[in-house]
Design a protein around this ligand. Structure first.
Ligand SMILES: [Zn+2]
Ligand SMILES: [Zn+2]
Length: 239
């Protein structure tokens, strides 16, 4: 009830006052933006050349950094920024307060990042990492699906998220160590329409990359269904 009242108040105050920075509340003028310049400058964007298996900076293109597991089914992964400070906070607002204009902000950043480092012609389809059914119902929307929709539109790549499905609810991932996570995601995904990804070069979108196991498992089932390549693109990654 309190939450509902708060969101009603917030929504109506947005009509009365100019929008404010999502993090520090400084007024932003009339244009709807998520962050002020000062807060945005605190986001640590990942820099090329990127490690193919973790997306962190490494010494040369198409190599691994040597500090990550590197044993994944996906071909490459790219993350826009590190999951810390402002980025962590804004993703949290997005995920739990359903602030959809934050999706607008994040997807714009991911699209520019894509354009700077990847080529649209290297892909046939975009797919979202599906939420586990429990999480989806509880929050009411899939934050990765929303990012995917915007990215697919901007890049004119077909959104084939319907292909990639999730089976059973996860036990909370954040409580697990690395090997427990790997075990936990194994066999969780399935392909609803294999013909839609056969011979396709797929871009798989998620909000956060942690160990890489979830993305790797998505890549495994997509390739089993005949996908040629799977590249991950996430809004953020762990440090
Ligand atoms: Zn700010
Ligand atoms: Zn690496």
């Amino acid at each position: 009830m309190l939450l509902m009242l708060t969101s009603i108040l917030r929504a109506s105050s947005a009509l009365l006052f100019p929008p404010a920075c999502e993090i520090c509340s400084v007024p932003l003028g009339l244009q709807r933006q998520a962050l002020c310049q000062s807060c945005e400058s605190k986001i640590r964007v990942l820099q090329a050349p990127f490690c193919v298996s973790c997306g962190r900076n490494c010494l040369a293109e198409n190599k691994t950094c040597g500090n990550c597991a590197g044993d994944f089914y996906f071909d490459r992964v790219f993350a826009y920024a590190y999951y810390e400070g402002v980025m962590r906070e804004i993703l949290h607002h997005y995920k739990f307060n359903e602030k959809k204009y934050v999706a607008e902000y994040l997807s714009e950043k991911m699209i520019s990042f894509f354009k700077a480092h990847l080529k649209v012609n290297d892909f046939d389809a975009v797919l979202a990492v599906p939420l586990d059914p429990f999480g989806h119902n509880k929050r009411g929307f899939n934050q990765s699906a929303l990012l995917t929709r915007r990215i697919s539109k901007a890049l004119s790549l077909e959104d084939r998220s319907y292909v990639l499905r999730r089976k059973r609810p996860l036990s909370p991932q954040f409580l697990m160590n690395k090997s427990e996570r790997k075990e936990n995601v194994r066999g969780q995904f399935w392909i609803a329409a294999p013909e839609s990804v056969r011979k396709a070069r797929c871009l798989v979108v998620d909000d956060i990359l942690t160990t890489g196991e979830t993305l790797s498992e998505c890549a495994r089932v997509l390739k089993e269904a005949g996908a040629i390549s799977v590249t991950g693109l996430t809004a953020s990654r762990g440090l």
